[in-house]
Design a protein around this ligand. Structure first.
Ligand code: TXA
Ligand code: MG
Length: 325
């Protein structure tokens, strides 16, 4: 397939073209406030199958269904009354709710599960695409399975450009890490993935919530593989600067704030000079990609404080650093 056109996501004609592609069963990469998604009509099983294929994603890993507003989302899943407070507080926004699925959702979307993940994104271009297409859009992050998620249109073009029908360019994603996923199917809400909505914000509404960690293999969150969001280059989380480095070794540093010294590092990325975890999250995946493309033998990532968006940042770094077993 020839490389997909990259068009301005804020151009009405471009959105209309994208909407037409979605309606006719094609694949469109589009910006959301978290990361770029690779979307198709959620009710078109063949189009959904193509998403799994293009991403080389295991069929056991379900997709998120995106809707234009809470009313449309309710056509696809049963949102419990107790969750309305989350809906009104966080939608549109980086929160995904796992709820019992309704029959209109093809089973390929949910990988056969009786639940569906629903989200109303906050990006204006994503909302326009949802509204104009009139479809719910099933969309994983627009990256090959297991790799770092894309936060710019050119990240999508570099890896999946020849496999999608159109790329909408809405500039860099403002949040930069994926949505927080909360399961509402058990007795109590459970956070399946930390993300753009900080746990503290959720807990201010729900009280203390259970948090699954990356070590756990949980069947209810099949996509939360231990090694994920991974660079090709080996990454270690460490406060230490490596000693006895081979002269041929090129080591990269991923630092939260400006490091005291860059000595010994062949490439350095600073996530937030002012120490702002939101800014750090927005810069995380771009910085990881640049380091990954710098011909390094390994990357040292400094830990960030595990509060606010720092929790999602550390989750992604831990998964990136996990070795294949
Ligand atoms: O911010 C985001 O959520 C982005 C943008 C594009 O919306 N999407 C995203 O999708 O991160 P993806 O496919 O990369 O991650 C979705 C996660 C997977 O870990 C998947 O296993 C989980 O959501 N998921 C989807 N449906 C589920 C379900 N019914 N039960 C439990 N987990 C589910
Ligand atoms: Mg993903």
């Amino acid at each position: 397939m020839p490389d997909a056109a990259i068009v301005n996501a804020f151009d009405k004609t471009a959105i209309e073209k994208a909407a037409e592609i979605i309606r006719s069963g094609g694949l469109v990469a589009f910006p959301t406030e978290t990361v770029y998604g690779l979307g198709c009509d959620a009710c078109n099983s063949l189009a959904v199958a193509r998403i799994y294929e293009v991403k080389a994603r295991p069929r056991i890993d379900p997709l998120i269904v995106h809707a234009a507003d809470p009313e449309s989302a309710r056509k696809y899943g049963l949102i419990p009354k107790s969750a309305e407070v989350l809906v009104s507080r966080f939608w549109p926004g980086p929160l995904t709710l796992v709820v019992p699925k309704l029959d209109v959702v093809p089973s390929i979307v949910t990988a056969g599960l009786a639940t569906v993940a629903l989200r109303v994104p906050a990006h204006p271009a994503a909302l326009e695409l949802l509204k104009i297409s009139g479809c719910a859009i099933a969309a994983p992050s627009a990256n090959p399975f297991g790799y770092v998620s894309p936060t710019e249109a050119r990240h999508v073009a570099a890896q999946l450009g020849d496999k999608v029908d159109l790329i909408l360019d809405g500039g860099p994603c403002p949040v930069g890490v994926e949505s927080t996923i909360v399961s509402l199917v058990g007795e109590k809400p459970v956070v399946l993935r930390t993300g753009g909505v900080a746990i503290e914000e959720l807990e201010s509404i729900l009280g203390k919530v259970e948090l699954t960690t990356y070590e756990q293999d949980r069947p209810e969150s099949p996509g939360q593989m231990k090694r994920h969001y991974a660079t090709r280059t080996r990454l270690e989380i460490s406060e230490e600067t490596p000693s006895n480095v081979e002269p041929t070794e090129r080591i990269g540093l991923l630092s939260f704030t400006a490091p005291a010294s860059c000595n010994g590092f062949a490439a350095v990325e600073v996530l937030s000079p002012s120490g702002d975890l939101r800014e750090a999250a927005a810069n995380l995946f771009g910085a990881l990609r640049r380091l990954d493309d710098s011909g390094l033998s390994r990357i040292i990532a400094r830990p960030v404080p595990e509060i606010g968006l720092g929790l999602a940042i550390m989750d992604r770094l831990r998964r990136c650093s996990a070795r294949e077993e």
